[in-house]
Design a protein. Structure first.
Length: 177
């Protein structure tokens, strides 16, 4: 499992890529929390490996669709954004949770197509599975944090930087003769 910090940072990064508008704080709170939300299944009193336990149905694309639709339905007017565009964004950041978890090197796979199929996909590596415990991980000794920095934070940061630079300078090139 990828750390909640990385899931949240990925959602925030995609939020920056998604829109160049100045967005209300609620947008950024949702961009942070929706990618983390599938891990609330750790609080279910079901065995690990069960479809109702951790890395079970909450990591599926179906749940991501439902979460995306509910979040968009309750906020699109407030954000003054097209419903389907916002729903697609909220779906993508919620679904990213299962995708990132599938790219760890341990644990059970992800049932992406639940409730239609219980087949699990992953683990496919290269991200080191999360250290056990609720303490704040130390990047100097945590292999999981180091691999997340390399395989998730760095590419996300580069993508955000490229999009920001393009928005700032790419548009000027097209406008001026």
């Amino acid at each position: 499992m990828v750390t909640p910090y990385t899931h949240g940072a990925f959602g925030l990064g995609l939020g920056k890529v998604f829109t160049s508008q100045r967005m209300p704080v609620l947008f950024w709170v949702l961009a942070l929390l929706l990618p983390i939300a599938p891990d609330f299944d750790v609080f279910f009193e079901r065995p690990y490996g069960s479809i109702w336990g951790h890395r079970g149905f909450t990591h599926s694309l179906f749940v991501a669709v439902v979460a995306g639709l509910l979040a968009a339905a309750s906020t699109f007017k407030y954000f003054k954004m097209p419903f389907w565009r916002l729903a697609g964004f909220f779906f993508a950041i919620t679904a990213s949770h299962g995708v990132l978890d599938a790219f760890t090197n341990g644990g059970f796979g992800i049932p992406f197509f639940w409730p239609f199929d219980d087949h699990r996909f992953g683990p496919w590596g290269p991200i080191q599975v999360q250290d056990i415990g609720f303490e704040i991980p130390d990047p100097r000794i945590s292999r999981s944090i180091r691999t997340e920095l390399l395989w998730v934070w760095l590419p996300t940061g580069l993508l955000v930087a490229l999009v920001v630079v393009y928005r700032r300078f790419g548009r000027r090139q097209k406008i001026s003769p």
